[in-house]
Design a protein around this ligand. Sequence first.
Ligand SMILES: [Zn+2]
Length: 202
Amino acid sequence: MFDSDLGTDEGSVVRRRVFLVTSASALAGAVLWSLRRPNLVQAKPEEVTIVEFSDSGERLKTVHVPKLVKTDEEWHKQLSRGVFAITRQADTELAYSGEYWNLHEKGLYRCICCDNALFTSGTKFDSGTGWPSFWAPIARENVRTTRDASLGMVRTAVSCTECDAHLGHVFDDGPEPTGLRYCMNSASLKFVARQVTGISSK
Ligand SMILES: [Zn+2]
């Protein structure tokens, strides 16, 4: 009785096969999906810690943000060819050619790529090199240093923590109190003049 119910009906066998095939592809899809998931997770940008500053140079708060990651194509749309070569390919501008080596105005220097605050006029000094030079970053969290063995010498490269933009190099022949010289490319920076405040309508 049971035998005839289960095995002899052609239609039910075919239907069962179709069901099995469908289930198998659904299962394969699920397996593929689950295999891909970890890659998606790994592709998430690294989280970095930076200190935010207002345009007037006031230290606001320490934040954890995803690192800003863009393709070369996206950076090209945002940056001029020269700025792209310096910030994304670690090129160096010619000495005395940049916008800021001789700037003495009070203000803040942000990253040209992502607006992360990097330096202030308060630590800028005249190094005589033709590049804007600072004895300290605005916050140690906001820049990163890496070993750079290019061009037949060993130097310490400085980059933006938030977007990895190449900024320049740091040397140990700077003035007190740190003895450091952050030798930057003007092209990597965007100067924000300090707003004159204190005039109140009240
Ligand atoms: Zn940046």
